[in-house]
Write a protein that binds this ligand. Structure first.
Ligand code: HEM
Ligand SMILES: [Cu+2]
Length: 550
């Protein structure tokens, strides 16, 4: 068990994460019904307010707080208890991030920031919305530096040793996050804030969007890498085996530092001001990310097979039936991985030059991120929640909670299958995303889109409702395991942090030489961005005034 003070910090992070999850999923439910013309909002609330809250609270806030809760627990567990300074800075980081969150959310709810979570200019929110976002980023940096400080103390006391895998992966994720945030910090501080407060009249839209996506793509890896951490270091323990290969795991993580950042243009393939050469170069770099992704998939299935055979599985696929399917901690993550197969394939489609033309800005994209961040990442976090909260509170994860956990995972899967399949198909037919007017003034061709069995309004509504029900079951589990379940007294009831053993004896030491990876990452970023960004600044189009479309 880790120190009580460290547990407290982690629990507060997780508590905020699930508060955001509760409000965010409620918004999701409302969206489904509004899009189906089954619900009319009161005059003071509109679709875009809700959509902004949904995107911000789930994609940015739920993930970030949960990730820090997970990191703090895992770092304290694998490197030892935090010192007073690390604790202090973790708390400061938490409060600053929370202050930013409250500020941004207040602006959204009061109708002054219906700009959606990508806050594209020239949509203009209240300046305090951008200040809130900046505080969120600064807060995560403070929390990150606290963890880096803890890691450095450990390194100093263990000269010449590789750090434990969990710590290595945490530091990799943090390095990537800090480099990635530079783009969003630059645009928010130097473009949005002066413009929103009226200190400058116009904004360079193209530059702001490019700096946003410099950050926006690695943002998805900031969600994904902690989920991969659970796949690499938690899953083998649940299966009773070691990590498949320590060096493969570390290598795949450092490749993500290299290839997750210099690729933002794949979100801007329809952006007129960027020449094809630079888009193409970044698309090629995007596809490099497939390498560590497939390394991860290979390593996972190898782990499953080794575990299944160890449990007596015979023949080509006999091991599959010997996996611990009744253990909800494992099954949840396994289903999350399954969703990532079509999710990852969809990502390759989105990033392809030509296919992007078909799916750009359609509901397909919405379908896509619900089966990447909305399920593989979110469901891995759910699977982690089942043991992480009881581990931190010292309460039991009772039998009824286990059953509820299973119901929750199954309902989320069914709801997401229905909703995201409908969204993918509607997108292919041409239905745009981010609009409250989904009947398109009853235009006959849009009416046809909704004629399919999977693409009709009822399917979407059922999918969304099942999802919301599932989210509420999860909230119930969170509340029970945080505050109400009986305390674990006997050793057999104690919930463990399942951290797998990783054999480092053959792992090359240079893998933990961060300067190599930071240097290579910066070189690739310079290659992909230096010329087009300079060009964009030197040949800036006339800036745009702000627009408030709501
Ligand atoms: C109860 C579960 C959920 C439901 C019913 C739901 C529903 C929806 C719907 C209908 C949209 C499309 C809105 C539009 O384009 O007009 C949407 C957008 C979105 N959802 Fe969800 N969702 C759920 C859970 C999640 C989760 C768990 C995440 C991420 C962790 C997520 C992330 C997003 C994002 C980032 C958008 C895009 C927002 C934007 O375009 O600005 N959703 N959701
Ligand atoms: Cu991307």
């Amino acid at each position: 068990m880790i120190a009580l003070q460290d547990r407290k910090i982690a629990l507060w992070n997780i508590g905020v994460a699930y508060t955001a999850f509760l409000i965010g999923t409620l918004c999701g439910l409302l969206q489904v019904f509004i899009r189906n013309d089954a619900l009319q909002l009161p005059a003071w609330l509109d679709y875009y307010q809700i959509l902004t809250a949904h995107g911000v609270l789930l994609a940015l806030i739920y993930t970030t707080f949960f990730i820090f809760g997970f990191f703090i627990t895992g770092m304290s567990k694998s490197l030892g208890s935090f010192g007073p300074k690390v604790r202090l800075f973790s708390w400061i980081g938490f409060w600053v991030t929370l202050l930013g969150t409250v500020m941004a959310t207040a602006m959204i709810i009061s109708g002054q920031a219906s700009v959606m979570y990508t806050f594209y200019a020239p949509l203009k929110a209240s300046g305090f919305f951008y200040v809130g976002l900046a505080l969120v980023i600064i807060g995560t940096w403070i929390s990150s530096f606290a963890l880096v400080g803890h890691y450095r103390v450990w390194r100093k006391n263990h000269k010449g040793q590789l750090s434990p895998l969990f710590a290595f992966m945490t530091i990799t994720t943090i390095i990537m996050w800090i480099i990635a945030c530079l783009g969003v910090v630059a645009t928010v501080l130097f473009q949005y804030i002066p413009w929103a407060f009226g200190w400058t009249d116009t904004i360079d839209v193209e530059l702001s969007r490019s700096l946003f996506w410099y950050f926006g793509h690695p943002l998805v890896y900031f969600w994904l890498l902690p989920a991969y951490m659970a796949w690499y270091v938690i899953v083998p323990k649940l299966l009773g085996v070691k990590v498949f290969s320590d060096s493969l795991a570390r290598m795949s993580f450092v490749l993500f530092i290299l290839f997750s950042i210099p690729v933002g243009f794949h979100h801007q393939l329809t952006e007129p001001g960027i020449s094809n050469f630079w888009k193409f170069l970044q698309v090629v770099l995007t596809f490099m990310v497939i390498v560590p992704s497939l390394m991860t998939a290979f390593s996972m299935f190898a782990t499953f097979e080794i575990a299944g055979r160890k449990n007596g599985g015979k023949g080509l696929f006999g091991w599959f039936t010997k996996l611990p399917w009744k253990d909800i901690r494992f099954t949840s993550i396994f289903i999350a991985m399954l969703f990532f197969i079509p999710g990852g394939a969809g990502g390759i489609i989105n990033a392809s030059f030509q296919l992007n033309e078909v799916v750009h800005n359609t509901l397909w994209i919405v379908g896509h991120f619900h089966i990447t961040v909305g399920t593989p990442v979110a469901m891995t976090f759910m699977g982690v929640t089942f043991w992480l909260i009881p581990y931190l509170t010292g309460r039991k994860f009772t039998k009824s909670m286990k059953v509820l956990g299973l119901v929750q995972i199954i309902t989320w899967s069914i709801g997401m299958l229905l909703m995201s399949t409908a969204q993918h198909l509607l997108g292919l037919l041409g239905a745009p995303r981010r609009t409250a007017y989904s009947s398109y003034n009853n235009h006959p061709s849009s009416a046809e889109w909704f004629d399919g069995i999977l693409t009709n309004h009822v399917t979407m509504a059922i999918g969304g409702s099942i999802l919301f029900m599932s989210a509420m079951i999860l909230i119930y589990i969170v509340i029970m395991t945080m505050f109400l379940s009986p305390k674990a007294v006997e050793a057999k009831d104690m919930v463990d942090f399942p951290l797998a053993e990783s054999d480092m004896s053959n792992t090359p030491k240079w893998l933990e030489n961060w300067w190599i990876w930071i240097g290579l990452a910066l070189a690739l970023i310079a290659l992909a961005y230096a010329i087009p960004l300079t060009h964009m600044i030197q040949h800036a189009p006339p800036g745009s005034e702000g627009f408030k479309t709501w």
